[in-house]
Design a protein around this ligand. Structure first.
Ligand code: NDP
Ligand code: 2IT
Length: 447
């Protein structure tokens, strides 16, 4: 088996040697899915995983725009249309200076499995640009989004490819992108998700990723007859996912003690309650401030410049910032301090070594493609509402979201339970996602 995996990875490496994040995401799937493929006659000799590693289409394009000083700036835009076997390409857009082909291919690859797990008919894609929204004026953001969409619009559509938000892309950006698409196509249609409520959005979509990550942690805890109530939680990030993970965990009686951004983390021993979170939301979403400013309002808290929050003692950790933000040293600290649940809100936040350390200690560890699937699942619900031209209530959407998260958890148990009863959520999520996409690819022939 080892040699089969090695042989497969050598093929993928030859083609993608300068894409470390993509290779990292593929090897994790290869290690868990290749042994399964070997055990199932129907998948043998069909090179399905190899086909899944090759995007159906990669778009790269120039995004020129004019900044407030009159200078012409050039960014690079991307859309990876990874797999459409079970539905139109679906996945977010990331605007961040670190964006490159490798990062977007890893995200698109994971999205294929994640979207299959939701049980909704969505293929996988991802896109974005190496544009840094920080300290840009509203006008600059709008002009950038318009330029970006003036190319992307030819490649997307409500039955082809439906982008959404990710790092650096929230409601404001989706608005500008939607406006430009509508102008160019002369068509009001559900081509993007994460829209505003008055123009086709869904209730609970902003909350969905963070809420879903907490719901998934609840399901994991329930397997050991435990609940989230009274638990100490560390969260990284302070953007969309982190904010709503904090909100839901607090509502369910947990105490969230950290939040972070790229400049460091804050530690509030008393817990970041609803009132404090409202301050953070105002600070991050409206004023576009830094998390360190939390101390101006709550001086009892501490700020740790340039550090990540994993040295803080907790029961549950929820990385909600970015990829590879939990290294092996962080994992060791978390384990030494008694952390026994990790529910990832971000995509691939834990390095492979960190994941292996969690699993070796048999703690409950959920990979992002399972635990953060609530965001894209609710995007799927937004698409359904757009097609039906109706709006479901908050309660209705939340109920569907909870059901989907609990289904994903069940599927992980189905494919990931080991002989000693330990649930390997990585294996479970990868195989469950693979089976759905692979069956569709088999049925549709070599295309
Ligand atoms: P936001 O842009 O709203 O927030 C991102 C947060 O992470 C900010 O606090 C940001 O800090 C921090 N961050 C970003 N990059 C880095 C970095 N390189 N080092 C340290 N901190 C960093 O994004 P989201 O909350 O939407 O996304 C967070 C994660 O969740 C991502 O991994 C994303 O892929 C994933 N995700 C998002 C979904 C969604 O629906 N939005 C769905 C599923 C997963 P700063 O402001 O300093 O940059
Ligand atoms: O990583 C993700 O799942 C997202 N950024 C959300 C994608 C979506 O289409 O809602």
């Amino acid at each position: 088996m080892e040699s089969k995996i090695k042989e497969f990875m050598n093929l993928v490496k030859q083609r993608n040697q300068f894409e470390p994040e993509f290779l990292q995401a593929v090897v994790e799937v290869a290690e868990t899915v290749i042994p399964y493929i070997a055990s199932q006659e129907i998948y043998n000799g069909k090179n399905i995983l190899l086909r899944m590693c090759e995007p159906e289409r990669v778009l790269m394009f120039r995004v020129p725009w004019i900044d407030d000083t009159g200078e012409i700036v050039v960014n690079r835009g991307f859309r990876i249309e990874m797999n459409s076997a079970i539905g139109p390409y679906k996945g977010g857009l990331r605007f961040h200076p670190t964006v490159n082909l490798s990062i977007l291919k890893f995200l698109a690859f994971e999205q294929v499995f994640k979207n299959a797990l939701t049980t909704l008919p969505m293929g996988g894609g991802k896109g974005g640009a190496d544009f840094d929204p920080k300290e840009k004026s509203d006008g600059e953001i709008m002009r950038f989004c318009q330029s970006f969409m003036s190319e992307l619009f030819r490649h997307i559509g409500p039955n082809t490819d439906i982008p959404a938000g990710d790092i650096g892309v929230g409601g404001r950006e989706i608005g500008y992108l939607f406006g430009m698409y509508k102008k160019l196509r002369n068509e009001f249609t559900g081509v993007l998700t994460g829209k505003g409520m008055s123009w086709g959005g869904s209730l609970i979509r902003p909350e969905a990723t963070g809420y879903g990550t907490v719901y998934f942690a609840q399901s994991m805890l329930a397997t050991r007859k435990d609940t989230i109530k009274g638990k100490v939680v560390t969260i990284s990030g302070s953007g969309n996912v982190a904010q709503y993970a904090c909100e839901k965990a607090t509502q369910l009686g947990a105490k969230v003690v950290t939040l972070s951004d790229s400049s460091g983390y804050i530690y509030d021993e008393d817990g970041i309650d609803a009132e404090k979170l409202a301050f953070v939301m105002e600070l991050k979403n409206k004023k576009r401030g830094r998390i360190s400013e939390y101390l101006t309002k709550y001086p009892k808290a501490k700020f740790f410049k340039g550090e990540r929050p994993w040295a803080v003692k907790c029961d549950i950790a929820m990385p909600c910032a970015t990829q590879n933000e939990v290294h092996i040293e962080d994992a060791k600290k978390l384990l030494a301090n008694g952390c026994y649940v990790v529910s990832e809100g971000a995509n691939m936040p834990s390095t492979p070594d960190a994941v292996h350390a969690f699993q070796a200690e048999k703690i409950m560890y959920a990979p992002g493609k399972a635990s953060n699937a609530g965001g894209v699942a609710t995007s799927g619900l937004e698409m359904s509402q757009n097609s039906l031209r109706i709006v479901w209530t908050r309660e209705e959407v939340d109920e569907r979201l909870q059901k989907i998260m609990s289904n994903i958890h069940e599927n992980c148990i189905k494919y990931g339970t080991k002989s000693d009863g330990y649930i390997d959520y990585v294996t479970g999520a990868n195989i469950a996602g693979f089976v759905k996409v692979a069956d569709a690819m088999l049925a549709q022939g070599v295309v």
